[in-house]
Unconditional design. Structure first.
Length: 371
């Protein structure tokens, strides 16, 4: 019998990411916090809460061993678990994060984005440091086997020349009317895009990432600074914006941002809210090859003597590098939480890294309001 400790967990929010995506037969499983936590033998879910009684009842039927509550205050009054998962709507991230930090669990797992704006995100950071409560932000691609392999393969493609990152959906890129809710793709999925690009630009391994409660000179913290009273990410900042398309309601439905960085001279983020499909893709082009990774996409091409032209080299798919059969994005995240609590590993996606991604999107949003 294992002598390793068991960690208790509570889930705040029993909606899609909290529970019901586990019912999607087409998705790689686990696809929700509930199924990922239940799939780890070191974790026991003891409670959950949701203001939606129908959602809460459905969750309870699938998890009869756990208690349910209609408010987090009621939950904490009964028992504070080791892990609190915050999977509520973005507009409630600030309030629920502050309440969770005050309860002082051993770890908080916070769904992306950190908050609806940088001011709120910094309040969460300040409180987490004050109470010494670490926060893991679920930017899933930092835990995904295909993205981890893509980063390891970057040495095979030579010096980085360009990064092309795209997010395609039917959700408005930016809707000023949804400022308080965060229901637009710059926040809803856009922080995933920014965080994935930052993941490839950062030259640190996740084993050396500083935690949210460590001092401000930590490795990732250096990527964030104040400029003209606004927070700005120093790896991706001062973009040139082009291709802005607005609909009849003045919502931004398409835009591109262009950056030049020390790590890569040409970085482009393209976000569309006009697409009739969902797509997420990043292309890394180097002097010796190219890597493409995204939803259902993984390809590494390297330089070989051309079969088309004498004396030339062309790119050819490297058949020796296979895409992982499963990305393990959710189960790897939960395992990282367990390893962190065991003292064996740092958090791969810290509160700082989540705030760094949010700073990129907020700068874009500010510029869009002026274009």
């Amino acid at each position: 019998m294992s002598t390793e400790p068991e960690y208790t967990a509570a889930i705040l929010g029993c909606g899609r990411i909290g529970y019901s995506l586990a019912l999607d037969a087409k998705r790689e499983q686990p696809a929700s916090h509930t199924s990922a936590l239940n799939g780890n033998p070191r974790i026991k879910i003891t409670s959950a809460c949701d203001i939606d009684r129908k959602a809460l009842d459905a969750w309870k039927n699938a998890n009869p061993q756990a208690e349910t509550f209609t408010s987090s205050k009621e939950l904490y009054a009964k028992n504070v678990p080791d892990i609190v998962v915050i999977a509520v709507d973005e507009k409630n991230h600030l309030d629920e994060s502050l309440l969770a930090i005050e309860a002082k669990p051993k770890l908080i797992i916070l769904e992306k984005p950190v908050a609806t704006n940088m001011k709120s995100a910094m309040k969460i950071l300040q409180k987490s440091r004050e109470k010494n409560v670490p926060v893991l932000v679920n930017h899933e691609r930092r835990f995904s086997n295909d993205y981890i392999l893509a980063k390891k393969c970057m040495e095979k493609i030579g010096e980085l020349q360009s990064i092309r990152a795209s997010l395609m959906s039917g959700m408005a890129v930016y809707n000023p009317a949804e400022e308080s809710s965060g229901a637009y793709s710059l926040l809803h999925d856009g922080t995933h895009l920014a965080d994935a690009v930052l993941f490839f630009l950062e030259n640190d391994a996740f084993s050396t990432v500083r935690q949210s409660y460590e001092n401000e000179r930590g490795l990732l913290w250096r990527a964030l600074h104040l400029k003209n009273s606004r927070w700005q990410n120093s790896l991706l900042c001062n973009p040139a914006i082009s291709g802005v398309y607005r609909d009849e309601k003045k919502c931004v439905r398409q835009m591109s941002t262009h950056y030049s960085t020390k790590e890569c001279p040409d970085v482009n983020l393209f976000v569309s809210g006009r697409s009739k499909y969902f797509g997420f893709e990043i292309e890394l082009t180097g002097t010796l090859g190219r890597i493409t990774v995204g939803n259902g996409i993984f390809n590494v091409e390297t330089r070989e003597e051309s079969s088309l032209y004498t004396g030339f080299y062309s790119l050819k798919k490297n058949d020796g590098i296979k895409a992982p059969k499963k990305t393990g994005y959710f189960s790897n995240m939960v395992q990282n939480a367990v390893d962190f609590l065991d003292g064996r590993e740092k958090l791969r996606s810290s509160l700082e890294s989540g705030i760094n991604a949010q700073a990129v999107m907020e700068e874009i949003k500010d510029l869009l309001s002026k274009v």
